[in-house]
Design a protein around this ligand. Structure first.
Ligand SMILES: C[S@@+](CC[C@H](N)C(=O)[O-])C[C@H]1O[C@@H](n2cnc3c(N)ncnc32)[C@H](O)[C@@H]1O
Ligand code: SF4
Length: 384
């Protein structure tokens, strides 16, 4: 299958198309204005209060001159619709830092977002994914494995109350992890922005119940196509029939047992080939999920063999997100799927110390100086 050229990949706006039950902004704005009136009586630490106040002012058009832009994008309105008034300040504290800190190149004690990888192993070999790189997947290279429940719990305990955006998935298929059921249960009620990406191959009734009980707010089914033949060519080793049956089963369990669930389900495609058609995706999947999306293709599956690009803009992820892999390695990004940039390991160092640590800061400084060319694989990566 032909691979399209891609010059840059803008991480803050990776949605190419998003459709589904999407609300307008008036209701969200009304609730934010109401929150502003309640802020002075709220028992928030001063640094949090200052961030939430800035977020409210930016969104309601009351920002002081020179303050960074923070906008009510459509997916933010949708998230706010699912957040209670009691949690709105907590949500804005995270959302503002997630959107704005990478722009103003600021960090505080914790990353705005943490991606935890239950396993790096995957049963698929999607054509656009680094799972096609044998020097990554072959066991002898040491990259494959599953996170222990102890490591998982220690990560969750460290970030609970500090980080709200937590995604379960990075390099592999999360539902393949042996301990995934217990991991899901351990997450229950702990994070406002809990998300998982899955190929849905291993989705069972038991896992569907656990996901719905845990309080995920986004569940992404990575499906890419609307008909079996194209699906099988893109999602190598997969079969649309089985995945569709699992997604239907999930929708049915949700309808029957969790009618009040706030989860947003999304059928998502990496827009890799001209053969993929968004309206076909929407027509096919919207019966079973809340949203259908195409995301931009990020040319990451061959980054170590790609010649340097001409990019001097810093990578925004260095101020937004940390990846914690099955073996406890903390990595600044998942384009570097072989972990050349490892910034520490959570078995020996606190997550906050790694985020603020020397290795991470050196990398940020190199990017800020316009010198990502000096670092591999940043030199060949398209993400800004
Ligand atoms: C690497 S996968 C891991 C989780 C799971 N196996 C899945 O497919 O959802 C995480 C997400 O990255 C997406 N993805 C994979 N390769 C990509 C690429 N080259 N560009 C953009 N997104 C990609 C997948 O579709 C998925 O939604
Ligand atoms: S995109 Fe997900 S399902 Fe496909 S090969 Fe990569 S990790 Fe596996």
């Amino acid at each position: 299958m032909e691979r399209p050229p891609r010059d840059i990949y803008v991480k803050s706006n990776s949605f190419e198309t998003l459709a589904g039950h999407l609300p307008g902004g008036e209701e969200a704005l009304h609730r934010i204005a109401d929150l502003m009136t309640r802020l002075p009586e709220m028992d928030l630490p001063p640094d949090r209060l200052a961030v939430v106040d800035k977020a409210c002012r930016a969104l309601t058009g009351d920002a002081t001159e020179g303050e960074p832009t923070f906008e009510l994008k459509v997916h933010i309105c949708e998230e706010i619709r699912h957040i209670s008034d009691a949690d709105l300040a907590r949500y804005l504290f995270y959302r503002y830092r997630y959107d704005v800190y990478p722009e103003i190149k600021r960090i505080d004690a914790f990353p705005p977002c943490v991606q935890i990888e239950p396993t790096s192993i995957c049963n698929y070999r999607c054509v656009f994914c680094y799972q096609t790189d044998k020097s990554f997947t072959q066991g002898r290279h040491g990259h494959m494995g599953m996170m222990s429940l102890d490591t998982f719990k220690s990560v969750v305990d460290q970030i609970e109350g500090e980080v709200e955006a937590v995604t379960l998935a990075s390099r592999g298929e999360p539902l393949m992890c042996r301990g995934i059921g217990d991991m899901l249960s351990y997450l229950e009620g702990k994070f406002l922005g809990l998300k998982m990406n899955t190929n849905a191959w291993f989705l069972t009734e038991d896992l569907a119940h656990r996901i719905l009980q845990t309080g995920f707010n986004t569940l992404v089914f990575s499906v890419d196509a609307a008909e079996p033949e194209l699906y099988a060519r893109l999602r190598v080793n997969g079969q649309l029939e089985r995945v569709l049956a699992n997604i239907k089963m999930f929708a049915e369990i949700r309808r029957k047992h969790y009618p009040d669930s706030q989860i947003i389900t999304r059928a998502s495609g990496v827009h890799f080939s001209d053969e993929q058609d968004f309206s076909e995706m929407q027509g096919f999947w919207s019966e079973y999920v809340d949203q259908v999306a195409f995301v931009d293709y990020n040319p990451w599956e061959n980054v170590y063999d790609t010649p340097p690009r001409d990019i001097t803009t810093p990578c925004s992820d260095l101020w937004r997100r940390m990846f914690i892999w099955w073996d406890g390695k903390a990595n600044p990004c998942d384009v570097d799927y072989k972990s050349h940039l490892c910034a520490g390991t959570v078995d020996t160092t606190d997550i906050s110390a790694i985020w603020r640590g020397e290795s991470y800061q050196r990398l940020r400084d190199q990017h800020l100086a316009g010198n990502r060319q000096a670092v591999a694989p940043c030199a060949s990566c398209a993400v800004i």
